[in-house]
Design a protein around this ligand. Sequence first.
Ligand SMILES: [Zn+2]
Length: 414
Amino acid sequence: MLFYFPDSQDQIDPTFDMEREEHPPFHVRQRDDRYAHEALTLRAYDGMLVSKAMVDGVGGSSGRYTVPQRHRLYRQGAHRFFRLEASEGPPLITLGDCGAFTYVDEPVPPVTPDEVIDFYDGCGFDAGISPDHVILAHQSDLEPTLPGTDDVDPMWKERQAITLELAGEFLTRHAARGCTFEPVGAAQGWSPSSMASCVEQLQQMGYRRVALGGMVPLKNPQILEVLEAVDAVRLPETQLHLLGLTRVEHMHDFARFGVTSFDSTSPFFRAFKDDTDNYFTADRRYTAIRIPPVDGNAKVKRAIKSGKIDHDVAHQAEQRCLRLVRAYADRQIEMDEVLEALAEYHAMWDGRVRTDRYIETLRDRPWETCQCGICAEVDVEVVLFRGTERNKRRGFHNVAMFAQTLRDKLQEGH
Ligand SMILES: [Zn+2]
């Protein structure tokens, strides 16, 4: 089972000064920064998924690459640009996709198969997914027998027809242009049987690897229902990729149904988008300690502006939290002292009490035993919910822990 980590142009600056919260002068983004596979000592993923929408911008989105970065990616190729050889073990592989969610609201995809091939071929990807049009709807095949639920929206059918037409053209142009990257057919459907029919048609075109899209909102039983239907038409040699899915508990079932790879940004983004479960370990999830910078947090700024709190008082409370949490990590003070300081600062801007969760994080000191390579280096800073350099480090750590959980799950029962 291969795990691809989608590139979101998120790197960390290894020279960032945690005490002074400063980048060194002359720091150059991306060049001096580190990707997760460079920052972690544990191998966290097998490959990177890179989206055309992220690099080139698609359908009105501008992408997240600067013009010079984009030119360098095309000039150097993905392997050199992402410094994939820096990782220990077998070289990381690359998979390209269109980023169909960026144009989900458009009537037709604003990309041609040739433009997509220009991207995959131009950047030297190992594999690339045919352009598709996402269908954001799902109904069980059982439901159409119920009165009033037998409608299939004509738009869903049209989107699938567009997806198949583009897949056909993509394969023809791939052959005509003599491309060497592995073509992966994108499948879209609104039910188990419609997804199976899409996969069947992609196989008839000649695809032997198919990416199943639009499944992120589905519940586990629905995903398994789709995979079961697909499995009934799947040729033995056809391999499946699950786009954007992280359901570790079902990886064995997925493998049984021909899934050989998947991708997800979820473990990374949980580090700063999940309110409570934002620091992973192999067996549980902890809550990172929020110490937002007074001058960099919208809530704190609002409280100051409205006169609810005084800037200098808030700043002192924030600095006190930082000082005490570091002193606790160094075993110089008791936990209660930190908790009191945190409660005092939280009361100023948020009022939410997370003390029970903070007690667990502080008591267990999970950063001390973590082998990911980041925690040992920055110590307690990794569990501080505060600013991008710390949050991304925790995100990378989470990706490594996710990979560990995945490996453990896959080994169970073998
Ligand atoms: Zn770690």
